[in-house]
Write a protein that binds this ligand. Structure first.
Ligand code: ZN
Length: 497
């Protein structure tokens, strides 16, 4: 026999194949960037990795990331690959990577003071990733906010037909370049000024391409159900699959509504619409303080507070480039002794630094579990790759679901948890050849210890890497070895189809 030996065989591990099936004990052989054999693997190998007591699964797919520019500025992406993420879907919540000028302006809130290398359109963005690959694979969504800002004279207004067509042209450029879908952020400027008809008009372009519509909905609080209905309307009128981003019921008055919102998704599925959601596994949210104020979430907000009353102690500064001493402090601490409302403190903070990120304690633990248990919920981090003290979901999401929620709390079986961050995610976002441990698939793999895996990132120490992730391979190349980043950057720009 003159057959070449396998480059790597992981031997005697519990194989979670990404389908949700119970694990089997066996070997996984890798060569040429692909999985070559699964099961009982004979033959020679250049390297043999003892998998006894360990699990091997497909690499995790973060369907909800904001790493559009992080993958260029920090291509080793340690905060993701150390938790086992091998593919990032970027461009969520209406943010996106192109047109460059508008996208880079929005990205200033993520990467203040950093110069971002420029490019033309999504074709240029993906080509730049081909030339300067990060450590993980990247699939892109076209962001509504950026194309709206580029296509409109005054993006704070409703769009004209001509402007909608200009937006649609920019969206089509992205889809032709290989974007996997289109996202909106309907609480943010300028997306919040779009009506449903504008979104349906744009989403029709997705139907032809077979791409997905994802949305940070207009209201995740008392109007949660109206927002889900709007999302389903877009899906049904445009004939596209819809994905509710970071599904939650925000604010005490809305707690429990996720039972109804999930029922709405189920009913739509029964009617034939492909509708689902994703989630990060925490009861606190994170966003820009400007959006908290603009959507009148805070106690003491003018004009009735929009039905919500988040208290000053429940809003913690995650990252302020201008006043780093604020990082980790709540609005209550910053306003202490001044006798002002939470809204007034927030305004004072924004006057000094309009790009402040915050963590907001908003959700009910029971709701988080209800959403997680639902069979259509995928896992996505919604991690914000800022400096300061970002929300711990940036570094902890995937190990937290596997360790805390699956193993320790029994919210869902481990094979099901793996499925919702691998195979189910790949199918939903059209990532062909990924998400499963099967011969012929790309060798995106995680080797982890199911007894030890856990998140260790906290609000006060948010960049602490997880425990229990032993090895991570991207396209067959080891990016994490014995829990340490190897420095390798074998990621690829993934294009639809
Ligand atoms: Zn969002």
């Amino acid at each position: 026999m003159s057959e070449r030996p396998y480059e790597l065989v992981i031997r005697g591990a519990s194989i979670f194949d990404g389908s949700g099936a119970a694990p089997i004990r066996g070997d996984v052989a890798v060569g040429g960037g692909r999985i070559l054999a699964v099961g009982e693997v004979g033959g020679e190998s250049d390297r043999s990795l003892d998998g006894s007591g360990l699990a091997v699964s497909p690499g995790f797919i973060d369907v909800h990331s904001h790493d559009d520019f992080a993958v260029l500025l920090e291509p080793e992406m340690p905060f993701k690959v150390l938790q086992g993420v091998t593919t990032d879907v970027v461009g969520n919540c209406g943010l996106g990577a192109a047109p460059f000028r508008q996208a880079a302006a929005a990205a200033a809130a993520f990467h203040p003071g950093r110069r971002i290398p420029d490019y033309e359109g999504y074709a240029g963005y993906l080509a730049l990733l081909d030339r300067e690959p990060p450590s993980l694979n990247v699939a892109a969504l076209v962001g509504h906010g950026a194309i709206r800002a580029a296509a409109m004279e005054d993006p704070s207004k409703a769009s004209s037909l001509a402007e909608r067509d200009r937006m649609r042209g920019l969206l089509e450029e992205g889809l032709e370049a290989g974007a996997v879908g289109f996202s909106t952020g309907l609480i943010y400027e300028p997306g919040r000024n779009a009506d449903t008809a504008e979104i349906v008009h744009l989403a029709r372009a997705l139907a032809e391409a077979g791409a997905i519509y994802t949305t940070h909905m207009r209201d995740e609080s008392l109007r949660l159900l109206d927002s889900v209905r709007e999302t389903l309307q877009v899906g049904e009128e445009a004939g596209v699959a819809v994905q509710v981003s970071h599904h939650k019921a925000a604010g005490r008055a809305a707690w429990g509504l996720v039972r109804d919102s999930l029922r709405l998704l189920e009913e739509a599925r029964a009617r034939g619409l492909d509708a689902a959601a994703d989630q990060y596994p925490y009861t606190s949210a994170s966003t820009i303080l400007a959006a908290v104020v603009q959507n009148r979430w805070l106690a003491g907000s003018p004009r009735g507070g929009g039905g919500r009353a988040v208290e000053a102690a429940e809003v913690v500064i995650a990252s302020s480039a201008k006043r780093p001493e604020w990082d980790g402090r709540s609005l209550a601490e910053i306003g202490a002794g001044r006798g002002e409302s939470a809204a007034a403190t927030a305004q004072r903070v924004l006057d000094e630094d309009p790009a402040v990120w915050v963590i907001v304690h908003l959700m009910d633990e029971g709701d988080v579990r209800t959403v997680m248990r639902h069979p259509t919920t995928l896992i996505g981090s919604d991690g914000i790759p800022t400096g300061g003290k970002p929300h711990p979901r940036l570094c902890g999401t995937f190990p937290r679901v596997l360790g805390h929620y699956s193993r320790d709390e029994g919210v869902l079986p481990l094979e099901e948890a793996v499925h919702r961050m691998t195979g189910a995610s790949a199918l939903r976002f059209g990532l062909r050849g990924r998400g499963f441990v099967r011969p012929g698939f790309f060798a995106d793999l995680v080797v982890f210890d199911p007894a030890r895996i856990c998140d260790r990132a906290t609000i006060s120490d948010p960049r602490r890497p997880p425990d229990g992730i032993a090895h991570v391979f991207v396209n067959g190349v080891e990016v994490v070895r014995d829990g340490v980043h190897t420095g390798a950057r074998p990621g690829r720009a993934l294009r639809r189809g």
